[in-house]
Design a binder for this molecule. Structure first.
Ligand code: TYC
Length: 101
């Protein structure tokens, strides 16, 4: 390798940016049973019973609640799977995603 190339590489600061994270958001509705929401939060997002209960009640009272943050593809896959699990049982339960700050 030429000196010119070597110097260029050493002078270049490594640009390793962390991928942007996406929030998965639980949206309240008037129909999905509370216990079903908790079950989905535990199964799809690996929340404990306590965490799932708190996230569910926050969404119920405030309209929505951040469940967790993940890289974009993971966030979208989990939101879709969790929403479809509700649809499969006839519930309007909805999870959305949005970029973190
Ligand atoms: N509001 C629902 C009820 O009273 C429970 C619920 C909570 C549904 C949170 C969705 O994201 C939700 N049965």
């Amino acid at each position: 390798m030429s000196d010119t190339l070597r110097r260029t590489r050493l002078d270049t600061a490594p640009k390793v940016e962390r991928p942007r994270l996406y929030k998965v958001i639980l949206v309240n509705d008037d129909y999905t049973p509370r216990q079903f929401v908790v079950t989905i939060l535990k199964a799809e997002f690996r929340l404990s019973e306590d965490q799932a209960g708190r996230v569910m009640i926050t969404a119920h009272q405030k309209g929505s609640c951040v469940v967790s943050v993940y890289p974009q593809d993971v966030a979208e896959t989990k939101a879709t799977r969790a929403t479809e699990a509700g649809r499969a049982k006839g519930h309007p339960l909805t999870f959305t995603t949005e970029p973190e700050a």
